[in-house]
Design a protein around this ligand. Structure first.
Ligand code: NIG
Ligand code: FE
Length: 424
């Protein structure tokens, strides 16, 4: 047996999600399932996928660490393409205010919300952020996440933005999950710039973004484009500069009010536009045409008690929809991908097959990685989930509970529920 060679065989359903780019509209229902399937991984890369009997004709299982997946479904590792998982402090008190009827924006406008977490993140040491970050990654892994995006945006000054991004770099080195980094200096206006948002935008453009680019600390640039946060014009300025500096673009768009965020994302050639609770019909059309991945975050709508994004309408109009957790200390404090999928299917009228596409290949596309992760295709990373159940349909059916038994990352078993969780 060789450790760098794994064969998973006899899978009741091998859900390949096969493809190398985002799936739009109707294509999202096609999961390309192989019954009694097998997959072979060598040196971290998928070498072959097919029926178990065909794979066994080509490969001798004695050369492999063979895993019997009888009665189990096998899927690509989940990709959580929108999180804010590195932060100091918590905002449980604000959560209780929201239950009393205060809105997210009321709390933000009277000086709470994101800037509260900024204070705690500025005060937190590198080690404290590492420690909490590590625990959060472990939890994500238990839900089957093998790649996660993480945003800065709780520093809002050069030093702390860099600290957040460097914490992600260190975590990436020591944790099996792959971390994709996004700079989000335009998440809120910090207290020292209160009432001077244009000056803050100037500071971002002139000082902070060039330094982040110079130190190569982030791949994406994101902006909270929202009424009373960053205007369309301010967002366009920041993101035009970001493009000049070589960042790929994401937007928090049309979350609280209809604002033209989706349209702007299409104009900018963004990789994704996220939230979209209030997206316009024109915004949907623009995203479908320009290929912006519409990333929906149902746990945030649930937690904010807002109406859900019109996911069904987006798919019916040809958009590529992705799903993500939006894990953060304010609007959505959960890393639970099972709940994301349950809400998408039960509350947004998204079919289970579409939801699986949305959390795998389309989520990979939302990170510009559809060529390397998000499906079980030869040549892609060996990021694979084995469920405790025989079908992907158990994922939303077992509401809010992880159905993941084993996680294989880069061809190595890194999580096994039967062995107590993370095993590396
Ligand atoms: O995606 N909407 C803006 N940003 C985050 C929330 C951040 C926070 O409240 O700390 C989001 O929901
Ligand atoms: Fe967010």
């Amino acid at each position: 047996m060789m450790n760098n060679k794994i064969m998973i065989k006899n899978a009741a359903e091998l859900v390949t999600c096969s493809g190398f780019k985002a799936k739009h509209g109707k294509e999202m229902s096609e999961l390309h399932i192989i019954e009694d399937g097998a997959v072979v991984v060598e040196d971290g890369i998928i070498k072959a996928v097919g029926k178990t009997e065909d794979i066994l004709k080509k490969y001798d299982e004695k050369d492999f660490q063979a895993i019997d997946a009888s009665n189990k479904a096998v899927l690509p590792g989940f990709v959580d393409s929108h999180t804010h998982f590195v932060f100091g402090g918590y905002r449980a008190e604000e959560f209780s205010w929201r239950l009393r009827g205060d809105s997210y924006m009321d709390i933000m406008q009277r000086g709470g919300g994101i800037v509260n977490t900024v204070k705690a993140t500025r005060e937190a040491s590198f080690e404290e952020l590492m420690e909490t970050g590590l625990k959060r990654l472990d939890s994500m892994l238990s839900f089957g996440v093998t790649t996660v995006e993480g945003k800065s945006g709780y520093g809002l000054d050069l030093e702390t933005e860099i600290k957040q991004l460097k914490v992600m770099d260190e975590l990436n080195k020591i944790h099996p999950l792959d971390i994709v980094k996004t700079f989000m200096g335009a998440h809120a206006t910090p207290v020292e710039y209160k009432g001077r948002t244009d000056d803050y935008v100037e500071f971002m453009i002139e000082k902070v973004m060039p330094e982040i680019a110079k130190q190569n600390l982030a791949e994406f640039s994101d902006v909270f484009c929202e009424k009373n946060v960053f205007s369309i014009e301010q967002t366009r300025r920041i993101q035009e500069k970001a493009k000049e500096l070589g960042f790929k673009i994401k937007l928090h768009a049309d979350e609280i009010v209809q604002f033209g965020g989706a349209e702007l994302a299409a104009e900018l050639g963004a990789v994704s536009a996220d939230h979209l609770l209030q997206v316009s019909d024109k915004g949907i059309e623009d995203m479908a045409k320009s290929g912006v991945v519409a990333t929906l975050l149902p746990c945030t709508a649930f937690s904010l008690r807002e109406s859900f994004a019109p996911g069904r309408k987006m798919i019916d109009n040809g958009c590529a929809v992705a799903l993500a957790s939006d894990f953060n200390p304010g609007s959505c404090f959960t890393e639970n991908i099972s709940l994301v999928i349950a809400l998408a299917t039960l509350q947004m009228n998204i079919r289970i097959e579409e939801a699986i596409t949305a959390i795998t290949i389309n989520a990979a596309a939302a990170l510009d990685r559809a060529d390397e992760i998000g499906s079980l295709d030869p040549g892609k990373k060996g990021d694979i989930l084995i469920l405790e159940f025989p079908s992907y349909k158990f994922i939303p059916y077992h509401i809010g509970v992880s159905t993941v038994e084993k996680v294989i990352k880069n061809g190595k078993i890194v999580f096994d529920k039967n062995l107590g969780g993370k095993i590396c």
